[in-house]
Design a protein around this ligand. Structure first.
Ligand code: 13P
Ligand code: SF4
Length: 318
């Protein structure tokens, strides 16, 4: 489409959305102009729940591919569109179906718990799904004598193992390049420059590992620290009495934090923490998606049916 004035484009999208009875869901890392026109903005778990709840028969999912797949699995009777098919995820790419099948074969009887950042095919091989906001509760719900295979994020996995005290948990060595790129040095520099700030951190961050012992007890060098999902972070900064925050996750979240809390001050742990997949979605692509009904996310029924079991088990726990 031709590049046109942003406010006109937003108006057109809002009109088309209404005419075609489409609900627009946006992840917390989406560009500000998409967050502004979304019906709901949230984290992976919150958006999956919204997808199942909304009345509209078409969901336009502005996030990355695995998130739209999760929405399609939960709501098989709805049409799920994604504006950009190439919007993938390095974390979800860090385990293949064959690798998972082999891993399961090496540990017969183990319970496979997979982060929501996985493909539908991987989910179809899981016993439980989990997100950053409920991984601890999902692992706690599994009998203590059962061996667990946790995948694919090693930082989230080590955090969960530490918090639950679980010794029989095998952790896949996958990572998200954005969160793994936020180094302990980045964090130390920012924290040193903001002595009074609270520290909020996403469990996919590699900087959680060297700090884990302190973090699990809720503080680091006497500073208040919270490990949270993106929506958990937004709720936390809203409710906290603190005025200043260092935020360790993808920088897109700062838009909503600042908008919702104009009297508070937020700095990213690393300015470089930007997910190029999340940023592939643009207003122009959202418009095209609405006009041309593209790109529909379709999952073979037998895969969706099996994946749904793992997702529903997670939803029942959290
Ligand atoms: P949340 O579920 O916390 O929003 O995280 C999703 C994600 O992709 C983090 O990189
Ligand atoms: Fe995937 Fe990382 Fe991007 Fe989240 S930030 S979508 S985990 S690549």
């Amino acid at each position: 489409m031709l590049v046109q004035d942003t406010s006109k484009l937003k108006e057109d999208i809002l009109r088309l959305k209404k005419e075609k009875d489409v609900v627009l869901l946006a992840h917390n890392y989406q560009v500000p102009e998409i967050q502004d026109i979304a019906d709901f903005t949230g984290d992976s778990l919150g958006l999956s729940r919204q997808a199942a709840k909304v009345d509209q028969k078409t969901i336009l999912f502005c996030g990355v591919h695995f998130m739209a797949e999760t929405a399609a699995i939960i709501s098989p009777q709805k049409k799920v569109l994604i504006p950009e098919l190439e919007a993938g995820c390095s974390l979800s790419d860090s385990i293949t179906l064959d690798e998972l099948k082999n891993w399961k074969k090496q540990h017969p009887g183990a319970i496979a718990v997979g982060y929501v950042n996985t493909t539908a095919e991987i989910k179809s091989e899981l016993d439980y799904c989990c997100t950053s906001s409920n991984a601890v509760n999902v692992v706690k719900a599994i009998p203590a004598n059962k061996k667990i295979l946790f995948l694919p994020d090693m930082f989230l996995g080590s955090y969960v193992a530490k918090v639950t005290g679980r010794k029989n948990m095998h952790i896949w060595a996958g990572e998200c390049h954005v969160h793994a790129g936020i180094t302990p040095e980045d964090v130390t520099k920012k924290l040193d420059s903001m002595k009074e700030a609270e520290f909020v951190i996403h469990p996919e961050c590699s900087c959680t590992t060297p700090m884990l012992y302190d973090l699990a007890s809720g503080s680091f060098d006497d500073r208040k620290v919270s490990i949270l999902s993106t929506e958990g972070m937004l709720n936390h900064v809203r409710d906290s009495k603190a005025k200043n925050f260092v935020v360790a996750t993808e920088t897109g979240i700062l838009y909503r934090m600042k908008k919702n809390n104009p009297e508070k001050f937020f700095v990213p742990a690393s300015e470089k923490a930007e997910c190029q997949y999340m940023k592939m979605n643009t207003l122009e692509k959202v418009y095209d998606s609405l006009v041309e009904n593209k790109y529909e996310v379709k999952i073979p029924k037998e895969i969706a049916d099996r994946a749904r079991l793992a997702i529903n088990r997670m939803l029942a726990i959290s």
